[in-house]
Design a protein. Structure first.
Length: 143
């Protein structure tokens, strides 16, 4: 999401202290309760689920927002890749930004759409694998 149009510096100046994480440090773990989303200011963050990489977040990208939107536990884990600087966005600030900053809201909508498309593609691939396995099973049982 390197095409972010909202002003990261304005969000950072709103009172959030930049958080620094060293390489390999857990930012949050899957199933934890989330009270913040994060903007990557510097470095990269690996988002993983069940031990597999889901996405690598780059500077200017947001992650952790799903816990704020749905008020559900984290759906994935986040780990620093190298030294990382993050701008935290707490629930109250997130709601203000969604309500008052159309560029921020559009960025979040685009992010959620991107993740939904990725999930749908994964389901289609899994369905294709199941279909191929079923054909193999059917051909073996009819022989």
């Amino acid at each position: 999401m390197s095409d972010t149009t909202f002003d990261i510096e304005v969000i950072a100046a709103a009172g959030s202290e930049v958080l620094v994480f060293d390489d390999g440090t857990s930012i949050f773990r899957q199933h934890e309760r989330g009270d913040s989303a994060y903007i990557v200011q510097c470095g990269q963050v690996e988002i993983s689920r069940r031990g597999g990489t889901v996405e690598i977040m780059q500077p200017g990208e947001i992650f952790g927002e799903m816990a704020l939107i749905g008020n559900k536990p984290r759906s994935a884990s986040a780990v620093a890749m190298g030294q990382v600087e993050l701008i935290p966005i707490d629930r109250a600030m997130f709601q203000v930004l969604i309500r008052d900053d159309p560029d921020f809201a559009l960025t979040i909508i685009n992010l959620l759409a991107r993740r939904l498309r990725a999930a749908m593609n994964l389901l289609e691939r899994q369905d294709g694998i199941r279909t191929a396995r079923q054909r193999q099973t059917d051909s073996h049982s009819s022989a």
